[in-house]
Design a protein around this ligand. Structure first.
Ligand code: FAD
Ligand code: NAG
Ligand code: NAG
Length: 501
């Protein structure tokens, strides 16, 4: 077996060849698209990625000697007897990953005076119910053909949620922001509800559970690049990819396209040409013009790209010299002044996870993520120590031996963690986000998934669909499955202000 996850460098041969398809991005979308091309008997394709290994946002680092996941960590919605099976779960099983179920009811509640066992748990139970009502009432809204609103409006309309106390705010945060990476007022009521059902509903989705990856297999066997969670996609890639089909450590700067073909220019001055290009970069990368298109993207495409949002989700890992904290799987902290201030705590040093690891991690999202990305690790550590001293007023808390968090929002290869559908984003925008340019430049990624945007399974299904469509177009000359974008003048999306004076 070829160890494809090791760095590969551009060979002169790769640069001079003309390809049927160049896949830009070696994340889940790119690899699954490549697998469909391979299944369609197309072998002259090339996957290009800036990173030194495949897997995209599936990334890990070493903290206190353990592999921790800085990107995705959970298979969300796993398998339902009445519904379906998450395709990521199938791959994780096929490639033998070590995964454990989380017990989301094993939560301890904290405020600025330590444990809170009365008001906070009650508020939490209320927020969980309100989230369920939000989702079911979105279903009624769809059935009655009503327009979308923000999830904030939805929460207030459907269950009089006003989230006033610090406990209400933290509980709402846990049921909402912690999943979508943004606040309810930044998110679509209808789309987040459909997205929730598509993943977690026992009939439409994969059922209401999550599996956390704690795979440490190559902790002992490999000194260098450890696989961790990305093992499932790297091993899948190794089953069909050949080294000349992969080009790592290569940043794409420019994409020149016409009706008959595409040229891709890399930062190190190479030109690659192909009949088709599949762009799988995050919608954030497209928003920040990190890659330049010639001719420039048409207005309908830019509008779609700029109307979707990138949310940021940041896990901050802290290693200590011993485990000094509570034994619950999770802790929820309600700050008296600030919503979303170091709110969700998870212990990896738990008998079911990585006992003895001495790792505690906290998650922040959205604006808080963007804020801490501008701070030094030490400044963030000081804030966190302040929060821990509030949560555990009678415990002596040692200084962490290390701290790590990834700056997803500032990273020009991602510009955030995953997409989130705002209330001003329409189905027509989604069609245009997917829509191909000049029948040669195609788009796929978690963000182009209507039902599963944000998730790994969304990336999987989009890679599969676009890979199949491109293979069919090339092999059978039938391009009918390739999505086309529409100029907004052709779409009936008219807003007519009519005001009485
Ligand atoms: C912190 C975090 C937590 C998450 N948690 C979960 C979770 O628990 N469960 C879940 O299902 N999903 C989760 N997700 C979402 C999940 O990671 C994504 O949906 C999925 O990995 C997206 O895959 P993709 O192939 O579409 O994109 P990517 O993985 O982003 O692949 C695109 C590739 O393009 C490359 N690239 C970008 N720009 C350039 C350039 N200019 N030149 C060359 N290459 C470039 C990048 O290096 C990247 O490898 C999380 C994501 C993050 C960041
Ligand atoms: C989950 O945690 C709760 C609270 O600690 C506990 O009562 C319950 O037994 C746990 N469930 C499982 C399946 O471990
Ligand atoms: C989600 O599923 C629930 C239960 O099956 C249903 O009541 C609700 O209307 C659905 N919501 C949406 C937005 O589809």
């Amino acid at each position: 077996m070829v160890a494809i996850h090791l760095p590969l460098i551009l060979t002169a041969a790769a640069a001079q060849r003309h390809y049927s398809v160049i896949i830009l991005g070696g994340g889940i979308t790119g690899i699954i698209a490549a697998r469909e091309l391979h299944r369609g008997s197309i072998s002259d394709f090339l996957i290009v990625d800036a990173q030194d290994s495949l897997g995209g946002r599936l990334r890990n680092v070493q903290v206190g000697g353990y592999t921790v996941e800085v990107g995705p960590n959970w298979i969300e919605g796993v398998h339902s007897d009445r519904g379906r099976t998450n395709p990521i779960y199938e791959l994780a099983q096929k490639h033998g990953l070590r995964m454990v179920y989380n017990n989301w009811t094993d939560v301890a509640f904290y405020d600025q005076h330590g444990r809170n066992t009365k008001e906070f748990p009650k508020s939490f139970a209320r927020a969980v119910k309100q989230k369920a009502v939000l989702v079911s009432s979105a279903g009624e809204r769809i059935a009655r053909g009503k327009v979308d609103l923000t999830a904030r409006s939805g929460l207030r309309l459907s269950s009089q949620n006003v989230a006033q106390s610090q406990y209400d705010k933290a509980s709402e945060y846990f049921t909402y922001d912690w999943e979508y990476g943004q606040r309810p007022d930044e998110s679509s009521w209808i789309a987040t509800s459909l997205n929730y059902n598509g993943t977690f509903d026992p009939v439409y989705g994969f059922g209401d559970s999550d599996l956390m990856c704690i795979d440490q297999e190559d902790r002992i066997t490999s000194q260098t690049a450890r696989l961790g969670f990305r093992k499932f996609i790297v091993k899948e890639a190794e089953l069909f990819l050949q080294p000349p089909q992969i080009l790592l450590n290569t940043i794409v700067k420019t994409i020149d396209y016409t009706d008959s073909g595409v040229s891709v220019f890399t930062r190190d001055g190479h030109k690659l040409t192909a009949d088709h290009v599949l762009v799988t970069f995050s919608v954030g990368v497209l928003q920040y013009n990190d890659v330049v298109f010639h001719p420039p993207l048409p207005y309908w495409k830019r509008e779609a790209v700029l109307s979707m949002r990138m949310a940021t989700y940041t896990k901050i890992f802290l290693a200590f010299d011993r485990k000094w904290w509570d034994n619950s799987e999770m802790g929820l902290y309600a700050d008296p002044h600030r919503r979303g201030y170091y709110p969700v705590w998870q212990s990896l040093d738990h008998e079911r996870f990585l006992p003895g690891s001495h790792i505690y991690f906290v998650t922040v999202t959205g604006d808080e993520s963007e804020r801490i990305e501008t701070m030094t690790d030490n400044e963030v550590k000081c804030e966190i120590m302040g929060v821990l001293r509030s949560m555990y007023p009678v415990v002596y808390i040692p200084e962490p031996t290390s701290i790590f968090f990834n700056r997803w929002f500032s990273d020009p290869l991602f510009r955030g963690s995953y997409s989130n559908w705002p209330a001003s984003f329409y189905v027509e925008h989604m069609n245009n986000l997917r829509g191909s340019l000049a029948a040669t430049v195609h788009f796929a990624g978690e963000a182009t998934s209507g039902d599963y945007y944000g998730y790994m399974h969304g990336a999987y299904y989009e890679g599969e669909a676009r890979g199949k469509a491109i293979a069919k177009c090339i092999v059978h000359d039938d391009c009918s499955d390739i999505p086309v974008g529409k100029d907004f003048d052709e779409l009936n999306m008219k807003f007519t202000p009519s005001m009485t004076t």
